[in-house]
Write a protein of this length. Sequence first.
Length: 293
Amino acid sequence: MTTLSFTKGHGTGNDFVLLTDPEGAIDLTPELVRFLCDRRFGIGADGVIRAVRSRALPEGETILEQEPEAEWFMDYWNADGTVAEMCGNGIRVYTHYLIAEGLVAPKSNDTLPLGTRAGVRDVLVGASGYTVDLGRWRLGKERLVAASGLDVARPGLGIEVGNPHVVAVLADEAELDGLNLEVQPSFEPTPAAGANAEFVVPAEPLLHNGIAHIRMRVFERGVGETLSCGTGAAASALAFRHWGGEQMPNSWSVEVPGGRLAVRMFATEEGEHVSLSGPAELVYSGEIEVPAF
Ligand SMILES: N[C@@H](CCC[C@H](N)C(=O)O)C(=O)O
């Protein structure tokens, strides 16, 4: 048995076990991640985030070549023990954790560059929360999405925001509420690396004060249904705007079962970026005895 110190945190109910491991000394394996995320036998979470110095991981060394200031890497793992490129809720919680642990000390309105498997992501440390620039987004393939509770498969739009998503718009709130996301949705054609599935409906009214409002539920790749997915919220707003055409704004409010997230699209010299803002909470810290696997 070894003892691991951890902190539990969440962003709109998307919850994570956070570990501090600056030099990459913890042997973080799929088995250990599954154990930590187990809600009955472990701590319980949608994923694990390890705070590790970029220079301590091979993926991080590539990051440092792009951005030498990206000292810290978000080593994100899904609850099933797979790694993912990005986590939009996770990166806000991770920033909050790095600050709380005294590992970084940004001033208000500073931008903190962090390494992720999707590349460097800049997090703005605002007076009232964190905003992450998710970078350039990309339109993916159209795929049919079948889910328990839907009579027929629906057209879904592929959107990449560092990690892969397929977004389907449903007919109304009753259809969204009637989904059974205990059963994994399927895609046709199937994406080789899998994808997160988002289901969205417009809120009533859709447009209010220049902001578009939508509701979303998600089945996350490597996790299952979660109370929120930050990159999924960004993908949903992008897909909705794509379908809605030119009258759609660039500011979006996405209601998820765990709260509300703000998404904004904005022009940069290299093309359009999308940003995500929302809460980040640390709930408790503790120690756990880890069995030998
Ligand atoms: N919950 C995250 C996304 C986590 C990764 C995802 N399950 C994947 O495999 O791509 C978010 O807030 O973005």
